[in-house]
Design a protein. Structure first.
Length: 257
């Protein structure tokens, strides 16, 4: 079953990607594969000026599949997920996330790689991986670049969730709207004003220019964090206990090793 709905609008210059798994829009291996396929497709479509991401229903995404974080699956899951981020770097296509409800873990990382984030007042952001005893490699690189080290460290190390208003105060999102319908209509007006009148090719060069440092940092440090995650973190007892305890719906028993 397909987990994405993809629409080409505005004379095929805007690609609307809707995460839709029927519940929390979990980024499992199937959804990641579909996201990767659409990014590979549109990077070779010269008329595309913008790709947007949103969640069907009340939530953007609960995050990546916890089951696929287990040690035997982690390498495949992490590698495929990170390929998606390299495609954003390669394509240069402007990307926009519209966030309602939960936007957590890998879901928040998908929003973070976008150039623009809009949210309504129901939105809740967070990188709660530390609560499971693990880390979020893309967010560990992207969040400090976007909002500064002091605030990013607090969010990454505590794993706490935060509101759309807090996210705007941090400089993470463009604007906050009262509800999803208002967000959709006013974001459409923003796209009409700021994206559609521009050259698709020039927009891509603009993204790559604006992100020249960001892309260098991400491309060089994400492989190192992937290796740390797989060869060091996943060889600790606590990382595996954190994942297993979540799956078994119980409190983790930490051994601090």
């Amino acid at each position: 079953m397909k987990k994405l709905k993809v629409n080409f609008t505005h004379d095929e210059s805007v690609v609307q990607v809707i995460l839709d798994d029927g519940k929390g829009n979990v980024l499992d291996s199937n959804m990641i594969e579909e996201l990767t396929d659409i990014m590979r497709t549109i990077k070779d479509m010269p008329a595309v000026k913008l790709v947007t991401f949103e969640g069907a229903g009340k939530h953007f995404s609960f995050g990546a599949s916890i089951e696929e974080h287990q040690k035997e699956y982690a390498a495949t899951m992490l590698h495929s997920f990170h390929q998606l981020f390299y495609l954003f770097v390669e394509s240069g296509i402007p990307a926009l996330a519209k966030v309602s409800g939960q936007c957590l873990g890998g879901g928040m990382e998908l929003a973070l790689i976008c150039n623009f984030i809009f949210a309504d007042k129901t939105a809740r952001f967070g990188q709660p991986e530390i609560i499971l005893g693990v880390i979020p490699p893309p967010a560990s690189i992207i969040l400090p670049e976007k909002i500064g080290y002091a605030r990013a460290e607090e969010l990454l190390i505590t794993g706490r969730t935060f509101t759309a208003d807090e996210a705007k105060n941090y400089g993470l999102i463009i604007d906050v709207f009262d509800d999803k319908d208002t967000m959709n209509s006013l974001t459409e007006a923003w796209i009409q004003q700021h994206i559609l009148p521009k050259s698709a090719s020039s927009l891509r060069y603009s993204v790559k220019a604006a992100r020249i440092k960001f892309n260098h940092v991400l491309s060089n440090f994400l492989p190192a964090l992937e290796e740390t995650y797989l060869k060091k973190l996943m060889n600790t007892k606590d990382a595996n206990e954190g994942i297993q305890s979540f799956i078994e719906k119980r409190k983790p028993v930490w051994e601090n090793c």
